[in-house]
Design a protein around this ligand. Structure first.
Ligand code: SAH
Ligand code: SF4
Ligand code: F3S
Length: 471
């Protein structure tokens, strides 16, 4: 850490920080934390890149398109830097920084520093060093414990929901995936650190946390008794925190789904009935080539057990089409799996060969137009299921956590237990509260509801006290 970084511009105005985030929720969390470490140095966030003194691109390497976007964005930033006569610091963070830091420096000389996902806490120091010499690249080694130890517990909070990283990295080595190389080995934060952050969030009005990890259910952080704690035990401890009404977690791997986690879904009302449980393919042959280490039957059995514990569990997933060697027959197996599971929502991608991964050199690549056709067919089925799920909620009364004002009139937008947005005509004082709402209709991406009782305005939620500057 350093105290020599400039706290303000020469005219006394705060320095402006613009962060653009790509990729998964873990990057969203990391971006918030980068803003937190830079705040004491006088950097205030801006959403206008032209106004920025410091721009960070927090990047994603998962598919080729995601990685290439970074270079086109850097081209634009180079021009902005020229317009500002050099008065702009440009940093590349995240998974592209980790995977191809040297290439970034070579391809785009306007970049001042490159910082991998485990080195954000060193940003203040890096910034002062860069003021003297350009071209710092840091973060090739993985030391998540150092990063988390160095981050302040108190964070910038601006909503009633928050992400909370509890686990990072991946030991699974699926043959298509870069994450084990960009994020390193599986590592879990200690329970005490997670609870401290969650208590701080709850005290400042956060009602719902989403625990994050590349394999979040592989969580095995040190418990308060010194022994490793499972994700289920962590969820039980979080459920004790006053004010924290809802707990979610993502992303889970089928092979790490333990019986105690299934039981927690039966026993803990705070655990929301929505689960992102990617399977990638419905073909046993492709699952083997992907090194997923389980077959389709194991996935079906797991879902049966989860639905036994929590019958209204809504499921989400990720799918890859066009993996090398995938035949029409394999793809039919994926469609069949989707029909059997019936997803509430899901993401599907065309396979993208990634440098350094085993699948990139596998035989029988699938032609793009074939993959594209499969993607369209799969997405049509998934959209149909999503629309069906949302429509099926009409007439139900659901607890909705109100998050923000809507775009028109007195509309407020909240979240259902199943993660859809719910639009309701409602007063502002409901923001930050969980209120029963009757669902009137379901559209593809959201629900419309109406209040069946309006809670009194005299009780002020912690969110409103924070908004009024009291917290
Ligand atoms: N840990 C999670 C996934 C993290 S990556 C899991 O195991 O499920 C998020 C999603 O990106 C993956 O689920 C996969 O569907 C997709 N993905 C990863 N690598 C990809 C690649 N090379 N091409 C296309 N999609 C990919
Ligand atoms: Fe990637 Fe597989 Fe690890 Fe998920 S489990 S992050 S898909 S290697
Ligand atoms: Fe992308 Fe890295 Fe997340 S590659 S999906 S930002 S872990």
């Amino acid at each position: 850490m350093t105290d020599t970084a400039p706290a303000a511009r020469a005219n006394g105005a705060p320095k402006r920080l613009f962060i653009k985030t790509y990729g998964c929720q873990m990057n969203v969390y990391d971006s918030e934390r980068m803003a937190d470490v830079l705040r004491p140095l006088g950097y205030a966030p801006t959403d206008q890149v032209e106004a920025a003194d410091f721009v960070i691109l927090n990047t994603c390497h998962i598919r080729e398109k995601a990685a290439e976007k970074v270079y086109s964005e850097l081209g634009k930033l180079r021009m902005l830097k020229e317009e500002k006569a050099g008065a702009l610091t440009i940093a590349v963070a995240g998974c592209v920084a980790q995977a191809e830091g040297e290439e970034i420096m070579r391809r785009q000389p306007a970049v001042d520093l490159v910082v991998g996902p485990q080195a954000y806490h060193q940003l203040p120091e890096l910034l002062t060093r860069t003021a003297r010499a350009r071209g710092e690249r840091i973060g090739a080694d993985f030391a998540p414990d150092e990063k988390f130890d160095a981050l302040p517990v108190a964070r910038g909070v601006d909503g009633v929901t928050a992400f909370l990283t509890v686990q990072e990295g991946c030991d699974k080595f699926c043959t298509f995936c870069v994450v084990p190389y960009t994020r390193g080995a599986e590592w879990s934060r200690p329970v005490a650190a997670v609870l401290a952050e969650a208590r701080d969030l709850a005290a400042r009005g956060v009602r719902e946390v989403t625990l994050l990890g590349q394999n979040v259910n592989a969580y095995d952080g040190e418990g308060q008794d010194g022994s490793p704690s499972s994700l289920a035990r962590l969820a039980h401890a979080l459920a004790e925190i006053p004010g924290l009404e809802r707990i979610r977690y993502t992303t889970s791997h089928p092979n790490d789904f333990t019986d105690d986690l299934i039981a927690a879904h039966r026993d803990l009302p705070q655990l929301m009935p929505y689960l992102h449980l990617p399977v990638q393919s419905g073909s046993d042959r492709i699952l083997r080539l992907m090194n997923r280490k389980h077959g389709r039957q194991k996935y079906f059995d797991l879902i049966d057990r989860i639905r036994e514990a929590r019958p209204d569990m809504a499921l989400s997933g990720d799918f890859i089409v066009g993996f090398p060697g995938e035949t029409d027959r394999d793809f039919e197996d994926t469609l069949d799996l989707v029909r059997r599971v019936n997803y509430a929502s899901a993401f599907s991608f065309m396979y993208s060969p990634r440098p350094g991964t085993p699948a990139a050199s596998m035989a029988a690549p699938v032609p793009d137009e074939v993959s594209r056709g499969r993607l369209h067919a799969l997405q049509a089925l998934l959209v149909q299921q999503q629309v069906g799920f949302n429509a099926s909620l009409a007439g139900r009364v659901l607890p909705v956590l109100f998050e923000k004002k809507g775009r028109h009139g007195r509309q407020a937008i909240g979240r259902s237990p199943y993660l859809q947005s719910v639009h309701v005509e409602a007063a502002d004082h409901l923001i930050g509260r969980i209120v029963e709402v009757e669902i009137v209709s379901g559209q593809q991406n959201s629900l419309t509801g109406r209040l069946i009782q309006t809670p009194a305005a005299d009780e002020v939620s912690p969110f409103q006290r924070r908004a009024a500057g009291a917290l």
